[in-house]
Design a protein around this ligand. Sequence first.
Ligand SMILES: C[S@@+](CC[C@H](N)C(=O)[O-])C[C@H]1O[C@@H](n2cnc3c(N)ncnc32)[C@H](O)[C@@H]1O
Length: 249
Amino acid sequence: MPTSFGFTKVAEGSKQALVDDVFHKVADRYDLMNDMMSGGMHRVWKDAMVSFLAPPRADKSGWKLLDVAGGTGDIATRVVNRSNETVSAVVCDINESMLGVGRDRAAKAGLSKLITFSQGNAEDLPFPDKSFDAYTIAFGIRNVPDIPKALREARRVLKRGGRFLCLEFSEVDVPLLDKVYDTFSFNAIPVMGKWVTGDGDPYQYLVESIRKFPSQERFAEMVREAGFERVTYRNYSGGIAALHSGWKF
Ligand SMILES: C[S@@+](CC[C@H](N)C(=O)[O-])C[C@H]1O[C@@H](n2cnc3c(N)ncnc32)[C@H](O)[C@@H]1O
């Protein structure tokens, strides 16, 4: 079955290696480029995601987060800080280069005991059933070749009563903003990427992959099809990003 790697059709089996190559290339400059590409907005959206998750503030029960495609650990760090360092988090990512940057950041922040880093594929998570209280994935799922499989894995590793949250670039629903956003994305982002990292191609992929991702409604349907209940979503910045939520009961 062919799948999309940005705007290019590739065999499903070859997509992951192409994605991995993108993130190996950008890992060192990933955090800087995130700020530049989004004008710092990714921080606001991630803060909003963690507020919506509302992790316990003073946990004594062993509450545990799994942040998949967690890269350099932005979501895990926020969740652990929000809990006053009383919960723990596992950052799972397929890419050792991204995990390496995350490990260093956690060590510098003194959070290595609470945040652990584990290499693994979202489609085949290396964790037992029902082992986490919450599952988050931020700007990660559009990179995964088989999204329905990753969603079923998310549900499998959650405990009953567990929460699924997915933050992803989405479909802009504000007239004019869509045109401005398109022009900025396709012109400025690959150029910025080339300037900062020396290679614009990974950023061309990032922009194209955003356009290929399903609409908010369609993705909500996919989350429901994976067995999640009470599925809702909210748009951020006119739909530039959207947060999908679901529960495992
Ligand atoms: C755009 S980054 C997002 C990183 C982080 N969540 C954030 O919001 O800053 C996408 C991440 O997805 C990871 N990824 C891609 N395919 C994956 C897969 N099949 N399983 C797990 N992680 C994957 C990449 O290695 C990369 O770190």
